[in-house]
Design a protein around this ligand. Structure first.
Ligand code: SAM
Length: 342
């Protein structure tokens, strides 16, 4: 059964829908059939009252003609934040995976466009954002499934900063067998320690794409301090958006399974055969298992999983290995010790 929306939401949605209705282009809005006709006679003394009553009457008739649309939205998690975006953005209450709303009175026959934005945390280090734009006719019921990505609008993934310990960074660089001919890329380099280690190991070029401006500054400072500014570049931006990884011969990762799931098609398309990918803890989808997984004990006594892939020729089928992906609902960012850094 339809749940009546909270009064606040309804008021906000009313403002939103009114704005959407106003901005609807002429091609998308149905013509009004009963536009008021211009008065033929000269106004008489008591015409004012009559006009007012007539106007009220017409307004009533207009209101009676309006319709509502029922919106049924499914979100990925009970506590996901759902926003309905129009001329202004409004957040709704996290009330389970199935959410139902009703639009305020809207004009029958007109088309409306709503943006639905859902933000959720699959674990305590990843924030996912998914957007869907839906166009519907006033009065029609609308079903929006936000549990699946919209191929037209890629999901966004933001992973919080948790550093790889220095001795584990050294193991990653060793595992990738970095040489003077290598061009190293790292999505989310944080303070730049992996790129600096790779450059020290001889890489001719190292590039990091970091979302957090404060980390970009920190990493750039550390690169300068190390005297590696001619080799290591830190770019500010989203490593999943419009990136070209095609010159990489080595890619380092410590970014979470959800992020890797979004990065996988980009790397599969862009990386050349022979490129090595070394990931601290996290893996791609089951269709791209690592070639090798090593468990190493850090100086802190904790165990760390390091995975390596070597990109094959395009279309080359990989033999399935027994290596398993880490549990996607695992709430530990990397190890218990890292949590206290946050
Ligand atoms: C888990 S830390 C890893 C830091 C470093 N790679 C290391 O191993 O020490 C993840 C880093 O990625 C950055 N980050 C998160 N989401 C990102 C995105 N979509 N694009 C680029 N950087 C991102 C974070 O700001 C953070 O510095």
């Amino acid at each position: 059964m339809l749940v009546p929306p909270p009064a606040r939401l309804l008021a906000l949605a009313a403002a939103f829908v009114a704005a959407v209705a106003l901005s609807a282009g002429p091609g998308r809005a149905q013509d009004k059939k009963d536009d008021p006709k211009p008065a033929k006679d000269e106004p008489k003394k008591d015409d004012g009252k009559k006009d007012e009553a007539k106007k009220k009457d017409e307004a009533k008739k207009e209101a009676a003609k309006k319709v509502k649309s029922k919106l049924k939205i499914t979100v990925p998690q009970d506590d996901a934040e759902l926003s309905i975006k129009g001329s202004r953005e409004e957040k709704t209450k996290p009330t389970g995976t199935g959410r139902e709303f009703e639009t305020p009175d809207i004009d029958p026959g007109k088309e409306y466009e709503y943006d639905f934005v859902v933000v959720w945390k699959p674990n305590n280090y990843t924030t996912m954002t998914r957007t869907k734009t839906v166009t519907f006719k006033a009065g029609d019921d609308v079903t929006v499934d936000l549990t699946k990505a919209d191929p037209k609008v890629p999901d966004k993934a933001v992973v919080r900063w948790v550093p790889t310990p220095d001795d584990i960074v050294a193991k990653m660089v060793e595992m990738a067998k970095v040489t003077k001919d290598d061009v190293v890329y790292e999505p989310g380099p944080g303070d730049g320690k992996v790129l600096i280690a790779a450059a020290k190991a001889g890489a001719k070029k190292a590039v990091g794409i970091e979302l957090d401006p404060a980390k970009v500054k920190e990493a750039q400072g550390k690169v300068k301090e190390a005297g590696l500014a001619d080799k290591v570049t830190i770019i500010e931006g989203d490593a999943l958006k419009d990136r070209d990884y095609s010159e990489a011969s080595v890619v380092f990762l410590y970014m979470g399974n959800e992020f890797l799931a979004l990065l996988q098609p980009i790397l599969e398309k862009q990386l050349k055969p022979g490129t090595r990918i070394v990931s601290h803890r996290f893996v791609f989808g089951a269709d791209w298992p690592p070639d090798e997984t090593k468990t190493v004990t850090g100086q802190d006594g904790d165990e760390y999983k390091l995975h390596i892939w070597t990109v094959g020729k395009k279309g080359e089928k990989k033999a399935k290995t027994e290596t398993k992906a880490d549990d996607k609902k695992d709430d530990k960012p990397a190890d218990k010790k890292d949590d206290k850094d946050k």
